[in-house]
Write a protein that binds this ligand. Structure first.
Ligand code: ADP
Ligand code: MG
Length: 384
C-alpha cells in the first residue's frame, strides 16, 4: 500500500474523486526523552514508516474520513465539527481541522482517506504522522501552505487541546521537517534546529518489545508533573528558571533535598538528558560513533533508573543487544513503559544483528519481537 497508485485507487473507488495525496513519516528518537516539554533538546529522525492522506473536495458539506487501518468510515458536518473529542481515532484528524478552523480557516466538505504502516501505539508516532498528513491534506483544500515548523505546532496543539494528550512538539516537528539520511537536533525552546548526517554505514534498527504497559499512576502525564514540580522548587530560588532546560545538576545538589525523592530523580534525568542530547548531536556531526553509542547507553539507564519509564522487556532488549557485533548504541525510545528500542548498528551487521536479537528476546521473554531495519527518511510532503 505504500504504493501511492494503490492508495489512489482506494480513494477513487470509495469516493469517486481524484485525491491529492500527502505522506508524513513516523519517527524514532535517537536521544532526548521527556525533554521536549521542558523546552530542552531532542534528536529524532524520520523513518520510512509513514501515513498517507488522500483528500478530495465534496459538495454536500460533509467531512467523510476513512481509515484503511481501521476499515471504518465516519461522517461529520463541515459546518458543525464536533467541538470535543470522542476518544476515537477520528479525534486526530478532527483535532487538526478544529485547530485550523480556530486559525480562521473555513473547513470545506471533504473526503479524506488514511492509511499508515507506522505500528500504532508502539512509540514510533503514528499519531503525529496522522496529524501532519491530515494537516497538509486539509491545507491543500483551503489554499494555505504553512511552513513545516508551523504545521508541527498546529498539529501538536491538535493533540494537546483536542485529543487531550499532553505531548511535546518533537513528534510533529520531525514528521513535518525530517530530512533523508539525517537526524534533527531540535531546540524545543525556540524551534531552531540543526541537521546531523547519519553516515551511510549506520542502520537504525528498531526493535518492538511488543508490550505497552500502562503503569498505574506511572504514565507520561505523571512523569511530566513530577519533573515540573522539581522545576518549581528550583524556580523558587532562581526565578530565571522557567523550565528544566534552564536548570543545572548543581541546582539539584543545592535544592534537591527540598524535592520529593521521585521529583529529584525525574529532574536528574531531564537535566542530564539535555546535556547528553547536545553532546550526541556534536558526536554525530563529527562522526564519533563510539561517543554517540556511549551517550545512548547512558540515556537508557537514566531513563530506566531515574525516570523509571522503562520496563523489564525494554531493559532486556537493550541488554541483549550489548555484545552483538556491529552495535553502536541501544536505548528505549519514545514515551516509555514499553514500545521500541532504537539500535544504531553498522549496516553490514544489521541483518544478523536483527536476527540474533529477535531470537534472544524470544528465548528470554517468550515474545516474538518485530524488528525493522530502517533509514532516516524525508519529512512530510505532497506525493501526487
Ligand atoms: P503512537 O503515536 O506511538 O503510535 P498514539 O497512542 O499516540 O501512539 O497514537 C496511536 C493512535 O493514533 C491510534 O490509536 C489511532 O487512534 C491513531 N492513528 C494512527 N494512525 C492511524 C491511521 N492510519 N488510521 C486511523 N487512526 C490512526
Ligand atoms: Mg503518539
Amino acid at each position: 500500500m505504500h504504493d501511492p497508485a494503490a492508495f489512489r485507487s482506494l480513494h477513487v473507488e470509495r469516493f469517486q474523486a481524484e485525491p491529492a495525496i500527502f505522506v508524513a513519516p513516523g519517527r524514532v528518537n535517537l536521544i532526548g526523552e521527556h525533554t521536549d516539554y521542558a523546552e530542552g533538546f531532542v534528536m529524532p529522525a524520520a523513518i520510512q514508516f509513514a501515513t498517507l492522506a488522500g483528500v478530495s473536495p465534496r459538495t454536500d458539506g460533509k467531512i467523510v474520513i476513512y481509515s484503511e487501518n481501521y476499515g471504518e468510515e465516519k461522517t461529520f458536518d463541515a459546518a458543525a465539527l464536533p467541538p470535543t473529542r470522542h476518544r476515537e481515532w477520528t479525534d486526530y484528524p478532527l483535532g487538526v481541522m478544529q485547530i485550523l478552523a480556530g486559525e480562521g480557516h473555513t473547513i470545506p466538505g471533504l473526503s479524506l482517506s488514511l492509511w499508515g504502516d507506522v505500528p500504532l501505539g508502539s512509540g514510533l508516532s503514528s499519531s503525529a504522522a496522522l496529524e501532519v498528513a491530515t494537516a497538509l491534506a486539509v491545507e491543500s483544500l483551503i489554499g494555505v501552505s504553512y511552513p513545516g515548523p508551523v504545521v508541527a505546532r498546529l498539529c501538536q496543539r491538535a493533540e494537546n487541546e483536542y485529543v487531550g494528550a499532553s505531548c511535546g512538539i518533537m513528534d510533529q516537528f520531525i514528521s513535518a521537517n525530517g530530512q533523508e539520511n539525517h537526524a534533527l537536533l531540535l531546540d524545543c525552546r525556540d524551534l531552531s534546529f540543526r541537521m546531523a548526517p547519519i553516515p551511510n554505514h549506520v542502520a537504525l534498527v528498531i526493535a518492538n518489545t511488543m508490550v505497552k504497559h500502562s503503569v498505574a499512576g506511572g504514565d507520561y502525564t505523571t512523569r511530566r508533573a513530577e519533573s515540573e514540580a522539581a522545576c518549581a522548587v528550583i524556580a523558587s530560588h532562581r526565578p530565571g528558571v522557567k523550565f528544566l532546560r534552564d536548570a543545572t545538576l548543581e541546582d539539584l545538589e543545592k535544592w534537591g533535598h527540598e524535592m520529593a525523592p521521585k521529583s529529584l530523580m525525574r529532574a536528574r534525568h531531564v537535566i542530564s538528558e539535555n546535556l547528553r542530547t547536545v553532546a550526541a548531536a556534536e558526536a554525530l556531526l563529527r562522526g564519533d560513533m563510539t561517543e554517540l553509542g556511549r551517550l545512548m547507553a547512558a540515556a537508557h539507564w537514566s531513563y530506566s533508573k531515574d525516570f523509571e519509564a522503562s520496563c523489564i522487556e525494554a531493559d532486556t532488549m537493550v541488554e541483549l543487544a550489548q555484545d552483538l557485533p556491529g552495535l553502536i548504541g541501544a536505548r528505549l525510545t519514545g514515551g516509555g513503559f514499553g514500545g521500541c528500542t532504537i539500535n544504531l548498528v553498522e549496516r553490514s551487521h544489521a541483518q544478523e544483528f536483527s536476527h540474533v536479537l529477535g531470537k534472544r528476546y524470544t528465548e528470554k521473554m517468550g515474545i516474538v519481537a518485530e524488528i525493522h531495519i530502517c533509514h532516516a527518511s524525508g519529512g512530510a510532503r505532497r506525493i501526487s
